[in-house]
Design a protein around this ligand. Sequence first.
Ligand code: HEM
Length: 502
Amino acid sequence: MLIMLGLGLVPAGAAAALAVALVSLAAAAWWTVGRAPLRAQGVGGSRYRTGSSSAATWPRTGGSTGRHGPGRCRSGSAATASRPACCPCSGNAVRDHGKLSFTWFGPVPRVMIPDPDLVREIFNKFDQFGKPKMIRVGKLIATGVVSYEGEKWAKHRRILNPAFHHEKIKRMLPVFANCCTEMVTRWENSISLEAASEIDVWPEFRNLTGDVISRTAFGSSYQEGRRIFQLQEELAQYLTEALQKLFITGYWYLPTKNNRRMREIDREVRKILLEIIGNKERAIKYGENSNDDMLGLLVESNTKQPELGMSMETTSVLLTWTLIVLSMHPEWQERAREEVLHHFGRTRMPDYDSLSHLKIVTMILYEVLRLYPPVVLLNRRTFKETELGGIKYPADMNLILPILFIHHDPEIWGKDASEFNPGRFADGISNASKNHDVSFFPFGWDPRICIGQSFALLEAKMALSMILQRFSFELSPSYIHAPYIVLTLRPQHGAQIKLKKI
Ligand code: HEM
């Protein structure tokens, strides 16, 4: 396809590249001036280079960038087995420029705040720090309450809260149980009695969590809900591929193949959602259905947005890393199994009360969330000129709250920060690290703390318990340990596990 660009007719791809380069340069020049006061105040950072993006190297924990080596470790490597730090990891900017530093997201600098006390201050000063301005395409994936501010956020959060009350979540347990039963039965049928069989559990868990969220959120419109989550998964791939260009004004409107597909997906998601919501509205009107489930609340909040876009992704990532890590640490796998068998035996369906009292399993999930937080960082922005930790930030400055980095900091977690040691959570979260409130925050923090935290943990406990009841597992020789970021922290080459019936 050819488009006009003042220079005559040029191929669309070249026009896109040129437009991107011009806007990048302009933006970079502006920011270079804008960040000068930060340097003067001692905030370090690398020079901007056109086309560069720290997003590609930080906190990406896989791939082939960074000074720490190729970032791919074979599964057998005991020293590196449990830490994403075996790959080029979150420390690049800190190592080169000190703890207070900025990294580049395309031509936009973002200051990293790796100090838990300052992170707490940011969470507390809700009126001074908010979510970054959303670029057009970002709205495709992060929609609904997660992206709102002020009164609009408060209203939607109020409406959604009842759907995540523990009584409501308790009522969802049969759905969790059915979906998990389907998965483990499929596994049982696909593997032989004597030998261990290999399964890539990463797509399995994506399927499972997609099933659970579609059934709990969309009820009888489950199939349509499922389609929405599949489309969002595809969208996430496109977004990640285009990550370095997406922040550029107008990029979204360029007629590239990816942009066209992203727009198609957006249209299809909206169409499906409008149909589902229309059906639900009619059902409520004619008394055929109540409005107190998640979909009813969506209707009430009048968002017409897929509020739960990333929720299946985050929970499936948690389950995937848990199986990988328990394969690397058979002693913890055995301790978890003992606890599960003690509560449920080999055949009993896990119930809500016992799931809530699983201590070892909870410690393991926390430790996995510490080492492999599905959401590796949070973004915030200054609403106006603001002082934080002795530095004056201009209005609209983007700040990174680096969950992954803080979760791995030896100053907070001790010398064994990069080791898998669920025992550190034996006396609860508040006693697991040294003297900081906000040192463990895989679900964010108040007031915008993850609304689905209990939902996710209960689902993970149910799935893990049912797996431990039936199978022992170890890493397959084909597994390559390469944590890698595609919106969430994923295993780049899958999670091939050898399962054996017990
Ligand atoms: C292991 C699984 C999950 C993790 C690690 C996770 C992580 C997070 C984090 C870090 C935030 C805060 C974002 C910020 O402050 O910028 C958040 C917010 C949110 N999460 Fe989750 N999440 C998970 C599962 C879920 C599930 C299962 C649901 C729904 C079913 C959900 C729904 C939400 C919503 C609606 C928000 C926005 C809350 C607000 O802004 O008030 N999440 N999540």
